[in-house]
Design a protein around this ligand. Structure first.
Ligand code: F6R
Length: 611
């Protein structure tokens, strides 16, 4: 959470930072702020989105060639001007931005209060900043040295960037647990939480590692560890185009990303799946194929939508590979004392690759000897780097806060892994294997067909937008789709929605059903279809409104449902890649009708880098 940007070089810093903050707003938008160094230190901050900060800065002299900026997702202290970053130190000479949480801030704050410090905000960031300044003062040392000493006492996660009025040609940054990318230009450097603010200036970047400090001048980048030893910066070339992070004519990123799915699933399969040759090539997985095949169990860890992808994958792996799969919320898994035996296979699923709970869960499991495979979208992200191997989802940057295309790409990757392992293990016979490869190959085209329901979903959104609650029901492979449909609706329309296994509904949620409750059934033709029809009857008998996602010609569902959404038929293993898409569109259009900022719904952030 929180986005950070910084610049040093010959350009005007303000426009670079402002544009960067707009790109990073998906990480949080409770407040925004910028600090510039030009003679003295200037700090501007404002509650609300970056555009509000921009508005208040109209007409001001913002000339500077060095500066830092921040867009906040609140943790310590309510969203307000005073809690917005950058924070300034007691002397007024240092300014700092921070992404992360300082867990021991309360005791440090007390120490500083005892020394006479007075705080202007409720944040942990201001505490860390003054702690650094106090060490600098007491030890009469350079800022870099003070920072190193301070960080050894810090418990928590951080990326911080500091500017110092007395050293106007230097940015100092440090990282542990939150992401930091440094773009290297000609006599200039760009710092950001991800590459999106950097991409239009340079493709050469350095991903800073945990426990590293960066001392950055316009023409120099020095990396050191906390022991003050120089580290060699490892320069990577970005494989990303600017167009991928722009809206491309769509009104919202979310809609663009929903409509990209035929392409993103195709991109994910490309170069890996060859349905005619009957092969799946995934080098990261091949390296560990033996261990996966022989694993007693696979544990999948993830959060949110990625956790839903894991639930679908659980069904797929158990069916195709006959390996026991456990799906864990990363936030629970990391704090339990899970039994992990050397050689256990853990699959971490994450769009951002930065979700703190997932990251720490796999770090813990790795320390106990587990093999970590990552199914990650963001190349070079922390989870990708901690993983022993894995497969990228290649869905391209996902900027809408609600995850859409990353989910279907995760399903595509996990399906390929299961097919590969199931076949090599001998669980899947050749004919079924080939049939499933062909089926998977046809998914991008079928997704295009699903998207033709777009106008129909606008009509349904209009019809149901006033509902206070929604219920989403599905069974088998479509049960996680019900969870995902409900999550999307909650996130971007603020309507209360619950996803349930359709049969479980009668053990409680059925009490909610009346003539005002829309119930979305994911009822594509699969081995559970007859049972789902019975559940539909149960809802109709209680006057609920049934919206059914079905396959063409399903007369029984048509007879029962108030409204239908037709998706092409697919093998049940792959049906979720299709049945999810109309639910994304339904949520999107209801959100629009309710005037929600669907790309940045309230209280959320795309990359949850705090626990
Ligand atoms: C929902 C959503 C979140 C994320 C979750 C995990 O639309 O976006 O629930 O799925 O925060 O994020 P990643 O996949 O980046 O680990």
């Amino acid at each position: 959470m929180c986005g950070i940007v910084a610049y040093i070089g010959p350009r005007e810093a303000y426009p670079v930072i402002l544009k960067g903050l707009k790109r990073l707003e998906y990480r949080g938008y409770d407040s925004a702020g910028i600090s510039l160094l030009n003679g003295g230190l200037k700090v501007y901050k404002k509650k609300g989105k970056v555009a509000m900060l921009e508005e208040t800065l109209q007409g001001k002299d913002l000339h500077a060639n060095i500066g830092i900026g921040h867009t906040r997702w609140a943790t310590h202290g309510e969203p307000s001007d005073r809690n917005a970053h950058p924070h300034t130190s007691a002397s007024g000479k240092l300014a700092m931005i921070h992404n992360g949480i300082i867990e021991n801030y309360a005791s440090l704050k007390q120490e500083l209060i005892n020394k006479g410090y007075v705080f202007q905000s409720d944040t942990d960031t201001e505490v860390l900043l003054n702690f650094i300044e106090e060490i600098k003062k007491k030890n009469k040392c350079a800022l870099e040295e003070a920072l190193r000493i301070a960080l050894k006492r810090i418990v928590g996660a951080y990326v911080i960037v500091l500017i110092d009025q007395d050293n106007p040609d230097t940015l100092i940054a440090a990282r542990k647990g939150s992401p930091l990318v440094i773009g290297i230009g000609k006599d200039e450097h760009f710092l950001a939480s991800d590459a999106s603010p950097i991409i239009e200036y340079t493709k050469e970047v350095v991903y800073v590692n945990d426990y590293e400090l960066a001392i950055i001048k316009a023409d120099e980048l020095i990396l050191k560890n906390l022991g003050n030893e120089r580290q060699t910066p490892f320069i990577t070339k970005l494989d990303m185009e600017l167009a991928a992070i722009e809206k491309g004519g769509y009104e919202h990123f979310m809609l663009k990303e929903i409509f990209e799915q035929p392409q993103t699933i195709y991109d994910c399969l490309r170069g890996r799946l060859d349905a005619n040759a009957g092969t799946i090539t995934m080098s990261g997985i091949e390296k560990y194929a033996e261990q996966i095949m022989n694993a007693n169990r696979i544990v999948m860890v993830a959060c949110g939508t990625s956790w839903h992808a894991a639930l679908v994958a659980e069904y797929i792996f158990e069916e195709l590979c006959r390996i026991n799969v456990e799906v864990e919320y990363a936030s629970e898994f990391r704090y339990r004392n899970p039994v992990i035996i050397k050689g256990d296979v853990i699959i971490a699923i994450s769009q951002s690759g930065e979700t703190a709970d997932t990251l720490v869960a796999i770090e813990n499991a790795k320390a106990k000897g587990a093999i970590i495979l990552g199914v990650v979208n963001v190349v070079g992200s922390s989870i990708a780097r901690v993983s022993d191997a894995g497969a990228y989802t290649h869905a391209g940057p996902e900027i809408g806060v609600a995850s859409t295309k990353a989910f279907t790409a995760q399903l595509a990757v996990l399906t390929m892994v299961a097919l590969k392992i199931g076949y090599e293990k001998g669980v899947l016979d050749h004919d079924r294997y080939l049939q499933l490869l062909k089926e998977l190959d046809s998914i991008p085209e079928k997704v295009t067909t699903v998207l033709q329901q777009n106008d129909h979903l606008k009509v349904l959104a209009e019809k149901y937008k006033e509902a206070r609650d929604f219920l989403y029901l599905g069974r088998g492979y479509n049960f996680p789709v019900a969870l995902e449909g409900a999550l999307k609706l909650k996130e971007i329309s603020y309507i209360h929605a619950e996803g349930y296994p359709a049969a479980e509904m009668k053990h409680g949620p059925i009490a909610l059903v009346d003539e005002n409750l829309p119930v979305v059934f994911i009822a594509t033709k699969d081995s559970y279809h007859e049972k789902v029809l019975s559940n539909m009857q149960e809802i109709k008998a209680r006057k609920g409104k049934v919206i059914a996602v079905i396959n063409e010609g399903d007369e029984q569902s048509i007879a029962l449902a108030d409204d239908i959404i037709v998706v092409p038929e697919a093998d049940e293993i792959m049906a979720p890649m299709l049945s999810t898409i109309p639910l994304q569109l339904l949520a999107y259009y209801i959100g629009i009708l309710k005037d929600v900022d669907v790309d940045k719904p309230r209280n959320l952030a795309k990359s949850v880098t705090v626990e």
